[in-house]
Design a binder for this molecule. Structure first.
Ligand SMILES: Cc1cc2nc3c(=O)[nH]c(=O)nc-3n(C[C@H](O)[C@H](O)[C@H](O)COP(=O)(O)OP(=O)(O)OC[C@H]3O[C@@H](n4cnc5c(N)ncnc54)[C@H](O)[C@@H]3O)c2cc1C
Length: 403
């Protein structure tokens, strides 16, 4: 990690480009799409028109950037614009990450672009892992994938829960059990291509926040997919399962590094919301007068803002450190989880304090801080809850099996 805390010229340009879009397009649209509780296709189209919603942009910030910082810088700005709309862009990124984690280079080239489509002909992707009875407990997944050798097809059955873009996606990446006797090591990931009659949308959830993002159940009922839709391929799966059955150690260290590497991106999203609330309440506190002075001239208000600024910077420093470590696969003490844990908490606390600073106005939907507070809470829950991050960190720092 370099000792400079200054972003380089390329990163500053990236930041400004996205900030302008967030300010000019996302901010004015945020309230409407929160109220509508619908996937914001016109806003995603605008992002696609400038290349912000595209697989090329994802590749640029995730793979081509050598610093590790392009992704957190970009995501902080997008989520500063709005988290619900930001999630409309990000659901496809989750699917792409699922493909990249298990797929061959050929599968990535085939399927990742199909998660995005092109301007004027948009597509979206979904990553389907969680189930109604198994979210944190990934060993509890029950959705099954059975190979039909005669037809070289896989047959998927089961229900996936809480899926971002579930049922409206063109490409669904599905994690399913191929050998129930092997626990999490008996899982594999599959692509369900567009318009498969065996995949349908179950209930659409009515949520507390990030309401522009579509979240629904995905029902797999004898969902038949071609053999080549198994990510990584059959040969590699058979080899891996054989190794596990023989009791040979898996590559759990590599898997841990991969999970950790995705967490700074999620942390950066939370920081974007926190920064939005902090900036807004700072300006408000300077303008709002009570008892003959600006409310910021009371220490109790000014100190809240001082804490908010400090906590946001602390979360960002943890996040940028984790992003740089992630680029080099150099995590030692679950620094990715530390960043996500801290940033989620900071987002929830900062947005709550922002409501406090705005008083009664902060509690109404006339002002954005209550929306930001609702949006922030998801960062304690998805992509590993607060407690699961604590579990990962405590195991990393102790080297013990903490339950
Ligand atoms: C808006 C939204 C979008 C989502 N998008 C996706 C998506 O696109 N794809 C996808 O696959 N999933 C998605 N999820 C699912 C999300 O990842 C899960 O909700 C999350 O992992 C938690 O699982 P759960 O809801 O089943 O809670 P549970 O696992 O039942 O947890 C309930 C509570 O128990 C705690 N807990 C559980 N186990 C332990 C333990 N061992 N030690 C201590 N505490 C524990 C948890 O921290 C939590 O507080 C989404 C969820 C939401 C709400």
């Amino acid at each position: 990690m370099t000792n400079s805390f200054q972003l380089d010229e390329d990163l500053l340009q990236l930041q400004k480009w996205i900030h302008d879009f967030a300010e000019d397009v996302m901010r004015p649209a945020a309230e409407e799409w929160d109220e509508r509780e619908e996937f914001a296709w016109p806003i995603v189209e605008e992002a696609a028109q400038i290349g912000l919603y595209s697989w090329e942009f994802l590749a640029e910030i995730m793979m081509n950037d050598q610093t590790g910082l392009a992704s957190p810088v970009a995501l902080e700005e997008i989520f500063w614009g709005d988290a619900g709309l930001g999630m409309c862009f990000m659901g496809s990124g989750l699917a792409a990450a699922g493909i990249a984690a298990s797929g061959t280079p050929e599968q990535m080239l085939e399927w990742v672009p199909q998660c995005y489509g092109t301007p004027g002909d948009l597509a979206v992707g979904a990553f389907c892992a969680s189930e109604p009875d198994a979210g944190s407990d990934v060993g509890g997944y029950r959705a099954r994938a059975v190979y039909d050798e005669a037809n070289d097809e896989w047959v998927l059955n089961g229900t996936k829960a809480w899926i971002t873009n579930g049922g409206i996606a063109d490409i669904h990446v599905v994690v399913a059990v191929v050998d129930p006797s092997l626990g999490t090591k008996g899982h594999a990931s599959f692509i369900v291509p567009p318009n498969n009659p065996g995949l349908t949308m179950g209930q659409k959830y009515k949520k507390h926040g990030i309401k522009a993002s579509h979240t629904a159940e995905v029902v797999l009922d004898d969902c038949r997919i071609p053999g080549h839709c198994l990510l990584g391929g059959k040969e590699k799966l058979d080899e891996r399962l054989a190794r596990v059955r023989e009791g040979k150690p898996g590559n759990s260290q590599a898997a841990m590094q991969t999970f950790e590497a995705t967490r700074p991106a999620v942390a950066a999203q939370a920081i974007g919301i926190a920064r939005a609330a902090y900036e807004y309440s700072l300006e408000y506190a300077k303008e709002r007068h009570a008892f003959g002075r600006a409310i910021i001239q009371n220490q109790s208000i000014a100190f809240m803002l001082a804490d908010m600024a400090t906590e946001i910077d602390a979360a960002r420093l943890l996040t940028h450190r984790a992003a740089v470590l992630g680029k080099n696969r150099a995590f030692k003490n679950a620094e990715g989880s530390m960043a996500k844990l801290k940033a989620g908490r900071v987002a929830v606390h900062t947005t709550e304090r922002a409501i406090q600073i705005l008083g009664g106005y902060g509690y109404t939907r006339e002002y954005p801080v209550e929306r930001w507070h609702r949006d922030a809470k998801i960062f304690d829950i998805f992509e590993g809850t607060e407690q699961i991050q604590q579990l990962v960190i405590s195991r990393a720092i102790s080297g013990l099996r903490i339950e």
